[in-house]
Design a protein around this ligand. Structure first.
Ligand SMILES: C[S@@+](CC[C@H](N)C(=O)[O-])C[C@H]1O[C@@H](n2cnc3c(N)ncnc32)[C@H](O)[C@@H]1O
Length: 231
């Protein structure tokens, strides 16, 4: 089976021989890829939606993989027992939902060694949560697929220190390794911010003035990071 670049980048973070929970698995592509490529010894694919879970159940039946991939219906980590898996993947959801899933079943979260997280939005808030809650962000990856950028975070329990506020938004690990997509990713974000500035610049309310200042400061910080990677 051929995975998309985003899913391959997620799978690349999975340590060899691990036991994995793929929370919100939907189609089940990641569990199947991990066992077919001998990366994981066992995978539990979960989903909150019965319709989604039925997709993976059918898929693993067709491939005769029921002995090695378990499909479970439920909310986040509530269907995983403490110490049952060593690695969790939570991908393709908002950063705030990923944060809530990690927070809701603390006993399970605390028993997991490797966290592979791919927020669709709110990566900043997710990094803030990780740093404030004793996770160490070990590595990050950035992938472009169909014109969209995806940030993938690999974390373990530990300590992280973030030097500047902007590094919650733009990963210092991507800056450090001068990731080849980082420049265009920042420029893409800058264009989004400049469009907002253009829309609100003539609105004369307190709220939009505040927002104008906030976004102008963010544009300055983004440009600072661009200088940092070019310097
Ligand atoms: C956009 S899909 C992502 C599928 C796959 N993880 C990926 O990255 O391609 C999001 C999936 O998460 C599931 N989901 C949303 N909230 C969930 C939760 N609290 N617990 C488990 N699954 C959840 C949805 O039902 C959906 O199937």
């Amino acid at each position: 089976m051929k995975l998309s670049n985003r899913l391959i980048a997620i799978a690349n973070f999975v340590p060899k021989n691990s036991i994995v929970a793929d929370i919100g698995t939907d189609h089940g592509y990641i569990p199947v890829y991990l066992v077919e490529n001998n990366i994981a010894k066992k995978v539990i694919g979960t989903d909150i939606s019965k319709g989604s879970l039925d997709k993976i159940i059918d898929y693993i039946k067709t491939l005769n993989l029921e002995h090695i991939i378990d499909a479970r219906l439920g909310d986040g980590l509530e269907v995983i027992k403490p110490y049952e898996v060593d690695t969790v993947i939570i991908a393709g959801m908002g950063g705030l939902l990923i944060r809530d899933i990690l927070e809701k079943n603390k006993e399970v979260t605390d028993s997991i060694a490797n966290f592979i997280l791919q927020p669709m939005v709110a990566a900043k808030e997710l990094r803030q949560y990780l740093v404030d809650n004793n996770f160490e962000i070990i590595e990050e990856e950035l992938v472009k697929e169909d014109g969209k950028y995806y940030e993938i975070i690999f974390a373990k329990k530990g300590k992280s220190y973030i030097e500047k506020e902007i590094y919650y938004e733009i990963s210092p690990l991507l800056i450090k390794k001068k990731h080849p997509l980082l420049r265009e990713f920042i420029q893409f974000r800058l264009r989004e911010l400049e469009n907002i500035i253009e829309e609100i610049k003539d609105i004369n309310t307190e709220k939009s003035k505040e927002r104008y200042l906030e976004i102008s400061a963010k544009i300055k910080d983004y440009k600072g990071v661009l200088e940092e990677i070019e310097g």
